[in-house]
Design a protein around this ligand. Structure first.
Ligand SMILES: *[C@@H]1O[C@H](CO)[C@@H](O)[C@H](O)[C@H]1NC(C)=O
Ligand SMILES: *[C@@H]1O[C@H](CO)[C@@H](O)[C@H](O)[C@H]1NC(C)=O
Ligand SMILES: *[C@@H]1O[C@H](CO)[C@@H](O)[C@H](O)[C@H]1NC(C)=O
Ligand SMILES: *[C@@H]1O[C@H](CO)[C@@H](O)[C@H](O)[C@H]1NC(C)=O
Ligand SMILES: *[C@@H]1O[C@H](CO)[C@@H](O)[C@H](O)[C@H]1NC(C)=O
Ligand SMILES: *[C@@H]1O[C@H](CO)[C@@H](O)[C@H](O)[C@H]1NC(C)=O
Length: 933
């Protein structure tokens, strides 16, 4: 059976942003879907004495985030494994192992935490959408949970309160048709104890137990007044859920058996106790062994006859609510039984409460419906895991019975939602309070079922149309209903709703002043980020429009489009109109590859001359190239369709004798990288106005890509060495080998491996593998910083705090100390305002969260402005220079008093969005393919 597993690190502090994808592996397991992970094991796979195959997690994690440790084993412990993996993460973050599961199948998951005095941590564990439960790591610990898979995958997560989380082993076992969880139960069973009562030796597990439950001999502390008994008679012809080997031993006593577990949770909790009986003495008959079963002094089964109904095997499941301790006592019925009680095995399982499965499904539907129009919505992005444990922001949950929580409140007021009200909201059958006010919801108010228990509804201040449906106004429990400040066609409520407290559809409620205040305060506090906001807002609208276009496109296109998303070839191959050259022609052109002019991820680049005298660059794929045939086809088909003055055009290609060759016009001025800090820079400094126009050209080229034919093409490897300069210093973006159409809704973004170059890689793309045009924007921001500072994006020969250009420059920009990051060789050669424009654009481009980054089109506009300012200044300077010299200095942001700069564009439109926490620092070098320079 094939399994699939992912390991994730998540942060649970603000929602569950995925911080770092660690590894995806495909598992093949011999034993009926078993997954057995031995953390830090030295061999990648091994089989233990029980014929269970283990796999190691070695190499799944970036080295700097995790480590391995050997545990000094105590002799009495029968675990023969002594390694642990430690995760060096901040507290509040989560490590999740994502297993593939079969829906509705029951599973057992078992995690082993070996203990050592050097390890000091407190952990929470959670499974799928169930609440976390605390694990006290003060001794070796095996944590086992039984759950029913509700989806095709399940997460097992560790979260630390303090110390570093660690784990030794993790095992997933399908439980076949074992009936631990009753049909409709929600929640998870936590194993307290699984005891093979008569066992005095080793634990029994796989292969004796085909589900690999581990049956241990009783802890002497828990048993009193008993005598072991055993039998070698073979046990067959019995339908049993316990391995024969477990049944072959038992405890008996002439009067009573008593088991006492003192280590239960201190709070009341529901437990199920499973008891397994098998009469080992074949000569004993019905009525000879009869006993009463008590749990915590309460009689649970009276006159239980282990040999009743003509079978030597019986089992019983007893429920009990208990705290602290559980006392299981079996007492012989006086005067009615010859023999004392017997017990072969028992299990104590504790219920961990969960959320009503139907509510979970409905709220997921609500979330998905909202997602359609609110992809970037922060509140929505924080909605993950179990809706109630801990409860999602905006949700209110209530416990209706011991192990069941339901959703009773939904308040997503003032959260910038767009689009229709999700119709699934009406299916939340326990929902009492609904508040959707102060959003941009459009369309009609949905119909509510009669059974709805809503008591208060607030729909005010949206863009809702139509009228308030009768089905809502006439709900029997409804007390308040606000619907003002909406362009509703009718403000009338049905006559039977006079009992309601409403705003009668008027727009003058108290709340509205609160909102205005929010904006004013926001505007004041957001002062220093005005620019960011203007760009952010503007782009937000623009991108939203664009995503709408994308969806329309998707709907119109045939089902093939979806499959074609990541194979560009099938969509544009028809338009190839470039030349195909024979190999010998290429050899002639390059004089048998005489002049090597560069080497990239694709291979070597040679200079050549076409018969008509045109100089060309010939890219020849090397056999060791990291770019494969797929990339070759990508570049071929894409380049043939793309024509823009700021993109390097493809002249022809050659695909002969396994050679993959591309022919481009030769760019005589090399790459921007070379001009900024390469050899060429040493000969002649690139002046600031030229840098600016190169930046603008490259931005225009990328804008063309991002908006190509209404679809977005993502370059995926924007960097200064991919921006070439022709003889007139025009910027031309090259190397489309990594280009991809932007993923569309429904595509699994995770199916792409992360590509790009260290130093330019978008941290969000890196961590989520979700590719968007904003990843190019991030990389372009890095290019802008290179242009400004003349520094390479990554340089480990500098002091540690200067390794990353982005991390080094950010604080200076934030403190307005631009001078300190500007390339010394252009000092005095730029206009402060133009420089500021560029630096500010760069700063928003490198926002850790893609939602806050501008679109390329906005960047083009800002750079155009900067260039105009710069050119005007240069003209002005020429006239000043002729009058006697005057040095321009980048003193401060608005340092220029020589012109009046129109600042009217810089108006805040809304309060600033709260800044989400930075994702944890990631070493981009760890996974990104580094390109040799
Ligand atoms: C841990 O034990 C293994 C062998 O079991 C050994 O090879 C390794 O060096 C040990 N590591 C440490 C840190 O002691
Ligand atoms: C677990 O893996 C599945 C399949 O790849 C994926 O759909 C799901 O989102 C993953 N869960 C998490 C929390 O990453
Ligand atoms: C159970 O069986 C084993 C081996 O057959 C024997 O050594 C042991 O003494 C027996 N125990 C009892 C209580 O009969
Ligand atoms: C089985 O039960 C019978 C009748 O109670 C008793 O005489 C016999 O000794 C028992 N056998 C064993 C092996 O305990
Ligand atoms: C356990 O329960 C039994 C039966 O109710 C009772 O007689 C016994 O005293 C209890 N033991 C303890 C330790 O509470
Ligand atoms: C235990 O289960 C019962 C019945 O389902 C429920 O009423 C009770 O609230 C539960 N108690 C706890 C502590 O979970």
């Amino acid at each position: 059976m094939m399994g699939r597993m992912h390991v994730w690190m998540l942060t649970a502090s603000v929602g569950s942003f995925i911080v770092s994808l660690i590894h995806v592996i495909h598992l093949t397991c011999a034993e009926k879907g078993f997954v057995s992970i031995a953390c830090c094991a030295e061999s990648s796979t091994f089989t233990d004495d029980n014929t269970i195959s283990w796999i190691s997690d070695e190499g799944w994690f970036p080295l700097e985030n995790t480590g391995c440790e050997n545990i000094t084993r105590q002799a009495e412990n029968d675990a023969n494994y002594d390694r642990v993996r430690i995760f060096y993460i901040e507290s509040g973050r989560r490590i999740c192992y994502n297993f593939s599961t079969t829906k509705n199948q029951n599973y057992l998951i078992r995690a082993t935490f070996l203990f050592d005095d050097s390890l000091d941590a407190s952990l929470d564990v959670s499974i799928g959408s169930t609440p976390t439960s605390n694990v006290k790591l003060s001794k070796d610990l095996e944590v086992e949970r039984i759950f029913k898979a509700t989806h095709h995958d399940v997460d097992f997560c560790l979260m630390n309160h303090y110390g570093y989380p660690y784990i030794s082993k993790l095992e997933l076992r399908p439980l076949g048709d074992l009936k631990y969880l009753p049909g409709k139960a929600s929640g998870v069973l936590k194993l307290v104890s699984r005891v093979d009562a008569g066992n005095t030796g080793n634990s029994i597990r796989y292969p004796d137990d085909s589900f690999d439950r581990i049956w241990r001999r009783p802890d002497p502390k828990t048993v009193s007044l008993s005598e072991p008994t055993n039998s070698t008679t073979s046990i067959h012809d019995v339908k049993k859920t316990v391995p024969a080997k477990v049944l072959q031993t038992a405890l008996t006593h002439t009067d009573r058996l008593e088991f006492l577990h003192n280590d239960l949770d201190t709070e009341d909790s529901n437990y199920t106790v499973f008891l397994y009986f098998f009469e080992l003495n074949q000569s004993i008959k019905t009525g000879q062994r009869v006993f009463d079963i008590y749990i915590n002094n309460e009689i649970k089964l009276e006159k239980f006859d282990s040999w009743a109904y003509g079978s030597a095997y019986r089992e019983a499941a007893l429920s009990v609510t208990a705290s602290r301790s559980l006392n299981l006592t079996l007492v012989k019925v006086e005067n009615a039984s010859d023999l004392g009680p017997i017990l072969n095995a028992y299990e104590i399982l504790q219920w961990i409460q969960g959320t009503n499965q139907r509510d979970v499904e409905v709220i997921m539907k609500v979330r998905n419906e909202l997602m359609l129009n609110n992809k970037e919505n922060e509140l929505l992005q924080s909605w993950s895991g179990d809706p109630c444990f801990p409860s999602w922001k905006g949700l209110k949950c209530q416990n209706i019975s011991g192990s069941l929580s339901v959703i009773t409140g939904l308040n997503i007021s003032s959260s910038q939602f767009q689009g229709p009200i999700p119709a699934s909201i009406t299916e939340l059958s326990y929902l009492k309070e609904l508040n959707l006010s102060y959003n941009g919801f459009t369309g009609k108010i949905p119909q509510f079922p009669k059974s709805s228990v809503l008591t208060s509804v607030d729909l005010s201040s949206n863009d809702l149309t139509g009228s308030v449906p009768d089905s809502l106004a006439s709900l029997t429990n409804l007390k308040t209903l606000y619907f003002g400040c909406n362009p509703l066609s009718s403000k009338e409520l049905p006559s039977n709703s006079s009992r309601l407290i409403t705003d009668s559809g008027k727009c003058s409620r108290q709340g509205s002043t609160k909102k205005t205040q929010g904006i004013i305060i926001g505007t004041i506090t957001g002062g220093s980020f005005l620019f960011t906001l203007v760009v952010g807002m503007f782009c937000g609208c623009l991108c939203r429009n664009k995503s709408r276009t994308l969806r329309n496109f998707d709907r119109k296109s045939n089902p093939m489009t979806k499959n074609a998303v990541f194979s560009v070839a099938s969509t544009v191959s028809k338009s190839i109109n470039i030349q195909s050259f024979p190999l010998d022609y290429i050899e002639n052109v390059t004089h048998k590859y005489k002049t090597l002019i560069g080497e990239g991820g694709f291979g070597s680049v040679y200079r050549g001359t076409l018969p008509d005298g045109q100089e060309v660059a010939v890219k020849v794929r090397s056999s060791t190239s990291t770019q494969g045939t797929r990339e070759f086809d990508n570049e071929l088909t894409l380049l043939s369709a793309l024509r823009h003055e700021n993109l390097v055009p493809l002249l022809g290609y050659c695909c002969e004798n396994d050679q993959q060759i591309l022919v481009y016009p030769f760019m005589s001025n090399g790459s921007l990288q070379d001009r900024l800090y390469g050899e060429a820079a040493k000969r002649k400094t690139l002046d600031w106005p030229t840098r600016l126009s190169i930046a603008l050209g490259a931005a225009r080229g990328l804008t063309y890509l991002h908006t190509f034919s209404g679809r977005c093409i993502i370059h995926r490897d924007v960097k200064s060495s991919n921006i070439l300069l022709d003889q007139s210093m025009n910027a031309k973006v090259t190397d489309f080998g990594f280009s991809k159409y932007a993923p569309q809704e429904g595509d699994s973004g995770a199916s792409l491996e992360v590509r790009g170059t260290a130093g330019y890689l978008d941290p969000e793309y890196y961590s989520t593998q979700h590719l968007s045009a904003k990843s190019d924007v991030f990389s372009f921001g890095v290019v802008l910083l290179e242009i400004v500072s003349g520094r390479e994006p990554l340089n480990i020969h500098r002091p540690r705090n200067e390794w990353s250009l982005v991390e080094w420059a950010k604080p200076y920009i934030r403190e307005s100390r631009i001078d300190e990051i500007v390339d010394p060789s252009i000092k005095g050669g730029y206009h402060a305002e133009a420089m500021w424009r560029v630096v500010e654009v760069a700063l928003v481009c490198i926002e850790p969260f893609s939602a806050y980054r501008p679109c390329m089109a906005d960047i083009v506009r800002e750079l155009e402005d900067a260039l105009i300012i710069e050119n005007n200044a240069s003209e002005y300077m020429k006239s000043i220079d002729s009058l006697g010299g005057y040095s321009l200095g980048g003193s401060n942001r608005f340092g220029s008093n020589r012109f009046s700069i129109p600042t009217d564009k810089k108006i805040a439109l809304s309060p600033p969005a709260p800044t989400p926490p930075d994702p944890s620092p990631i070493n981009t070098q760890a996974l990104a393919p580094l390109e040799p320079r």
